[in-house]
Design a protein around this ligand. Structure first.
Ligand SMILES: *Cc1c(COP(=O)(O)O)cnc(C)c1O
Ligand SMILES: [Zn+2]
Length: 422
């Protein structure tokens, strides 16, 4: 069965066949949605066909992805996705909420959500026999591409701003990618990557540019759906604590807007297959200093006006979001919204999640900061079931983590000294 039909432009609706275009719509530069043959998929599969597969990673959902099996058994490529969901009871109660969970994407092989996109792009690269895959990155997309490519011996080149956190740059180098630091912003690195890919015939993974990144990211929606089915199959049963028919609400941090677009696509796939009957509410969280998409959303349109981004959350620090229009729609078409949080709120969120055993980088903690704000503003109700995504590990940015906590005291190695500070 050929499930991958081609692409559909998110702006003009033009359709393209698989070999006809690679990245954006040639007519208007719009992001391309991957078109799947839902009729054929619906005929061939029931949810149980996927849920009974014993692969506990995003490859569990291979039948719904526009790529063939990439191989790589027994390597980190096969381990992307399949991340755990934790209850956040001790944080929910003070916010006046009853049902809050966190899906911990820091548990991916390279410790961020980006592994989902990079795994599927590497699968595509193998399919089209690309010799080199290249990406621009603030760090995580590059680390994910470097790690997933390394897993199967694929060549990767990463362009990152020279200001990327050192842990992320170290990760790129250790995975053996060719790393080029750009004396400029992420946006400068992005444009250079696009030009270099054209000039040298490299396959470009750039976020909000390559249509396969959102296809990888949508697998988080599938996992949330599956978790929801298994944990809460009695959701609508009278007497269940969760029986008031409130939609699941998902909080996710937003930079380029590709994760929230990918989640939206995943849930739209499930809706098209008839496997869900309504879309969860998607709430995007942006840093105040990097809020082009939130601003467009609240202006009521789809026009994305670039900003000069400034935030401690480097992974969501973006001047011109590359997937802004679809990101605006993800919230608008699901009854969601956009929330902005300050760097202080982000640091407080890191400190709040830590004591629950979750170590988030600033961009990851931003989603929880958004929930705290939403609760304070009454945007979520006590009974709402809520999932917060932690998109990246705190180990990625130790400098920021140290700003979220009090430094540890240094003492003489004596009991007297210890007593003095206790
Ligand atoms: C990339 C990233 C995001 C934002 O994803 P976009 O697709 O750019 O919106 C959020 N958190 C972390 C940790 C990331 O690496
Ligand atoms: Zn178009």
């Amino acid at each position: 069965m050929n499930k991958f039909l081609g692409y559909r432009c998110s702006l003009c609706g033009r359709e393209y066949l698989p070999g006809q275009v690679d990245y954006l719509c040639p007519t208007d530069g719009g992001n391309l949605d991957v078109a799947l043959d839902y009729a054929a998929l619906r005929q061939k599969y029931q949810p149980e066909d996927l849920l009974s597969r014993d692969e506990n990673s995003l490859w569990r959902y291979l039948p719904l992805l526009p790529v063939g099996d990439p191989g790589g058994e027994g390597t980190p490529l096969r381990a992307a996705g399949g991340t755990p969901v934790y209850r956040l009871d001790r944080l929910a109660a003070p916010l006046g909420l009853k049902h809050v969970w966190l899906k911990d994407e820091s548990r991916n092989p390279t410790a961020s959500f980006k592994d989902r996109a990079s795994a599927v792009v590497v699968a595509r690269a193998r399919e089209i026999r690309a010799e080199v895959v290249v990406t621009a990155s603030t760090g995580n997309a590059g680390a994910a591409l470097a790690g997933m490519a390394a897993a199967v011996g694929q060549q990767a080149i990463i362009f990152a701003p020279k200001t990327a956190p050192p842990a992320k740059v170290a990760q790129l180098l250790v995975y053996g990618a060719r790393v080029i630091l750009v004396d400029g912003t992420y946006d400068d690195a992005f444009d250079l990557t696009v030009r270099a890919a054209e000039a040298f015939g490299w396959y470009c993974r750039n976020t909000g540019y390559n249509p396969f990144t959102a296809e990888g990211k949508k697998t988080a929606a599938f996992e949330i759906w599956e978790w929801w089915r298994q944990e809460h199959h009695d959701w609508h049963k009278p007497g269940s604590p969760l029986d008031d028919h409130r939609p699941l609400t998902i909080f996710v941090s937003v930079g380029d807007g590709n994760i929230i677009s990918g989640l939206h696509k995943g849930f739209k796939d499930l809706l098209a297959l008839g496997w869900i009957h309504r879309l969860p509410r998607l709430i995007g969280v942006q840093a105040e200093g990097s809020a082009a998409i939130a601003t467009a959303f609240h202006a009521g349109g789809e026009k994305i006006v670039p900003v000069s981004a400034q935030t401690i959350a480097d992974s969501i620090s973006v001047d011109l979001p590359r997937d802004g229009v679809r990101a605006v729609r993800a919230a608008r078409e699901t009854g969601g919204t956009y929330i902005q949080v300050s760097d202080d709120e982000i640091l407080r969120a890191i400190a709040a999640l830590g004591p629950l055993g979750v170590f988030a980088e600033p961009a990851g903690a931003a989603a929880y900061a958004g929930l705290a704000r939403a609760a304070a503003q009454g945007l979520v109700a006590p009974e709402d079931p809520i999932v917060v995504l932690n998109t990246g590990s705190g180990l990625k940015d130790v400098r920021a983590a140290m700003q979220a906590v009090q430094p540890a005291p240094v003492i003489e190695p004596t009991l007297e000294a210890l007593k003095k500070i206790l």
